[in-house]
Design a protein around this ligand. Structure first.
Ligand code: ADP
Ligand code: GLC
Length: 468
């Protein structure tokens, strides 16, 4: 069989670029697909980042792209990594500021639409004609929209199938009219899309892709409903073939406590006792005193999604339980401030580290007893998977991929792999729970009857003279 050619576009791909789980997935999936014999090439926006010399970067000709009425130069830096080819695709609309996502939305829209179209241009120049164009999330979605419109008439792109993976429905990148126009893309009048989202990158990608998936079966179901559909539920429901859920994997080469260079003592299931060395080392590093209770950990982007308010609410009670908590995260300055206040108020039981620190994250997974994932919603979630791999038991909210990856030990003591809580984010399950709760019979009727029985028994007993 002919070797399938895949062109992947993403804003992140580890080890080159990682902000969150998208980086892990776009880093690991190509490796898995290459093992299946596919020729997978990955393209990322070139924000001028420094690339390790070991990657042996080469500059290639990228041609030009018609952009805002002029011919804009496309730059390409190529390298071999993980047994495959990676390309950093750049140009003037992509600032050389080293930032993956900027603070200014209009700038990001321009940058990502330019990247999407420039990547297609670069593929043409490289004569890499893919069977499948696989786009991750909203950022490079304009490429799918191109395939579904002008691309249909172009010989090079006519037979390329478009696949979109939704990693997070919340980041839709709406309001891209100016950038789409600069790229010469047609206006969209698809009535399945709410009017405001017809210039939105994610919605256009969902509408134009040949196939759409997301990163867990439960999330695939959740986003079809109004509560979690973020305005796109009708479009998602109308899609054929149906939006499916493919659970993320975890790269066992990247995440392995038996080979992890960042941790104090390497271990595996046969040498589990060595985990204690990692916990002691972690406590020492974080300047936490010894304690008899569990060490909880949370590693996450500091974002509303991640449900950190729940942690803020329960953390003050940890000390009384002999438990401790470490939080590592970066993102919202406001959440960071609240967490810092929490740590100041409870120095013996709570430690907060603000920033992105891959090595510390690894030491946390290796040393913590429990990984908390209280997310309000979670398309898949990787920290619970990494936690499990490192013997840190996950405690998760029953939502999205968390519900698909953790087997609740409270329900299934034999197969259980973690703990699960809350039906609150699952409106239907929550309502059913409310109905059951409301119908639970605590009226006096039953105890009244029981007393009646008891009285009858007492009367009988008295009459037969059996009472002592
Ligand atoms: P999301 O993609 O929504 O951020 P995931 O659970 O899918 O959530 O993936 C998060 C990934 O990012 C994990 O690999 C986690 O270890 C990593 N990560 C998140 N925050 C940090 C941080 N502050 N420092 C180091 N790694 C982090
Ligand atoms: C997103 C989601 C997360 C998922 C990751 C990788 O960032 O928030 O749940 O694990 O993408 O698919």
């Amino acid at each position: 069989m002919r070797r399938l050619k895949i062109l992947m576009l993403a804003a992140e791909a580890a080890p080159l670029v990682k902000v969150g789980g998208l980086g892990d997935v776009a880093g690991a999936l190509p490796v898995a697909l290459r093992k299946l014999g596919m020729d997978v090439r990955v393209m990322l926006p070139d924000n001028g980042m420094r690339v390790p010399a070991a990657y042996k970067v080469r500059r290639l000709a990228g041609g030009t792209l018609a952009w805002g009425g002029r011919a804009e130069r496309v730059t390409v830096r190529a390298m071999k990594l993980n047994g495959g080819l990676y390309y950093l695709v750049g140009g003037r609309p992509i600032p050389h500021d080293g930032k993956v996502y900027g603070a200014d939305m209009a700038g990001d829209l321009r940058k990502f639409v330019f990247f999407a179209l420039a990547a297609l241009r670069a593929a043409e120049r490289l004569q890499f004609q893919p069977d499948v164009l696989h786009v991750h999330d909203a950022h490079p979605s304009a490429a799918l929209y191109f395939l579904g419109t002008a691309g249909r008439q172009q010989r090079f792109w006519k037979f390329t199938a478009g696949v979109l993976t939704i990693h997070n429905l919340a980041y839709q990148f709406n309001g891209a009219a100016a950038a789409l126009e600069a790229g010469g893309l047609a206006q969209c009048d698809d009535t399945r899309i709410p009017v405001y989202a017809r210039t939105g990158l994610l919605a256009l990608g969902i509408a134009a892709a040949d196939c759409v998936n997301t990163v867990s079966p439960t999330y695939a179901r959740e986003i079809r409903r109004k509560e979690q559909g973020a305005g796109l539920q009708n479009l998602l429901r109308a899609r054929r073939p149906e939006v499916c859920g493919i659970l993320n994997g975890l790269d066992g080469g990247v995440w392995n406590p038996a080979t992890d260079q960042a941790i104090a003592a390497k271990f595996d299931v046969r040498r589990l006792a060595r985990r204690r060395v990692n916990r002691d080392a972690l406590r020492a590093e974080l300047q936490l005193p010894a304690a008899g209770g569990p060490l909880f950990a949370l590693v996450a982007r500091l974002d509303w999604q991640k449900g950190l308010d729940l942690v803020l609410a329960v953390a003050p009670g940890l000390r009384a339980l002999g438990a401790q908590l470490v939080v590592l995260g970066s993102g919202s300055p406001q959440i960071a401030k609240q967490l810092r206040q929490l740590a100041r108020a409870h120095p013996r039981s709570v430690v907060v580290r603000v920033g992105f620190d891959e090595a510390l994250a690894r030491r946390i997974y290796a040393g913590a007893d429990v990984v908390l994932v209280p997310s309000r919603y979670e398309p898949c979630g990787l920290t619970q998977l990494i936690g499990m791999r490192y013997g840190a038991i996950p405690l998760v909210r029953a939502t999205g991929g968390l519900a698909d990856t953790v087997v609740n030990v409270a329900v299934d003591p034999v197969r259980g792999t973690g703990f699960m809580f809350n039906y609150f984010s699952e409106p239907r399950a929550w309502r059913a729970l409310q109905v059951r709760a409301m119908q639970a019979d605590f009226s006096w009727e039953l105890p009244g009857r029981a007393y009646a029985d008891l009285y009858a028994q007492a009367v009988r007993t008295r009459r037969t003279g059996a009472a002592r």
